[in-house]
Design a protein around this ligand. Sequence first.
Ligand SMILES: Nc1ncnc2c1ncn2[C@@H]1O[C@H](COP(=O)(O)OP(=O)(O)OP(=O)(O)O)[C@@H](O)[C@H]1O
Ligand SMILES: [Mg+2]
Length: 389
Amino acid sequence: MRHAISTTEDSVAARVGMVGAGQLARMSLAPATALGIDLHLLAEADSDSAAQIARRVTIGDHRRPDDLLAFAKGVDVVTFDHELVAPEHLEALAAEGHVLRPAPASKRFAQDKRHQRERLGALGLPLPAFATVAAATEVEHFAEANGWPVVVKAARGGYDGRGVWVMDSSAEVAARWPECTAAGALLVEAFVTIERELAVLVARRPGGQAAVYLITETVQADGICHELLVPARVTPGRAAEATELGLRIAEIVDVAGVMAVELFETTDGLVINELACRPHNSGHWTIEGAATSQFANHLRAVLDWPLGSTALMADAAVTVNVLGPPDGVDPRDRLPAALALDGVSVHLYGKAARPGRKLGHVTVLGDDLADALSRARHAAALLTGEATS
Ligand SMILES: Nc1ncnc2c1ncn2[C@@H]1O[C@H](COP(=O)(O)OP(=O)(O)OP(=O)(O)O)[C@@H](O)[C@H]1O
Ligand SMILES: [Mg+2]
């Protein structure tokens, strides 16, 4: 492991260690700086999104217990920018007396889709029909009972639609089964006819004090989140129901820090998709759009400090993700064109442009959701080269 040069820590309010140095860690750096928090990162490489700009970076491997332990020793509290640290390694850190927020048992709800489904299902919360599966024939039996298509998911390690397979027939299951089993433990669930996808973002302190943001509407394509609309275009009753569900799940999970619950709105009501125990893509609008961003509230929550207001700062906030375009255009080269638009906040993550990769996002606030959406889409299209003026 390599440690970055360390200077005096006398003036530091707190030392937070974040395992992972992707864009979520990168966007945590500004609020950490504002609050005088020393944010230490465990990065895989100098080139990681947040490692490029952070001062306290340890290069190490989150799969190695020794690297995790050495990293934890240098900070007051350990938190995460991803879900990938093995549960047994988290338990080992906690057993050594390190403060993990969220705690390993909370994190498991986000790390293991089987665990999440089983625990929330046992409490009677709304989930799609599901089953754990170990063989293609079990998927077929599930489909016979619940109908095609079905959705096979990796219990662990999936993101941005990787580890999610929609299957239409036995033939498709047979053809894709090797790819599925390579992803480890699996579950299958009923394909939900989704009217709209929503996310509830909750920040919660260890003692239980919680702050919830306005419900976010998320627009996905090919398993990847493309757009965020706030307020979500749902009835007040549905928004209240989603808020209540998010807060209830935060209690059940006993999360410390920010948690996002992804929901499907169907004609029959809300269904839980999955949850994340960390700042989440669905909360990127909060940087400009909320009085306190998800990144600031995550730091405050893991330090057990008072949470900030989650109030929306305009009538509407829209975020559009900037995904690497197929022709390899690099949004960094198009930045001035997007910045020339009025009222557009651009965030680029310092990642090399690859097709489909999340390279940044733009946020627009306004007094009208449709207008903010069209301006944000325009800015994103300028960055990806899909628009030239
Ligand atoms: N049971 C389902 N029925 C219909 N669509 C589904 C179902 N499960 C997932 N999807 C679709 O696939 C997307 C990705 O699924 P999911 O959120 O489980 O995967 P993920 O790759 O872990 O996502 P993330 O990038 O949010 O971590 C969902 O946002 C939704 O659009
Ligand atoms: Mg998801």
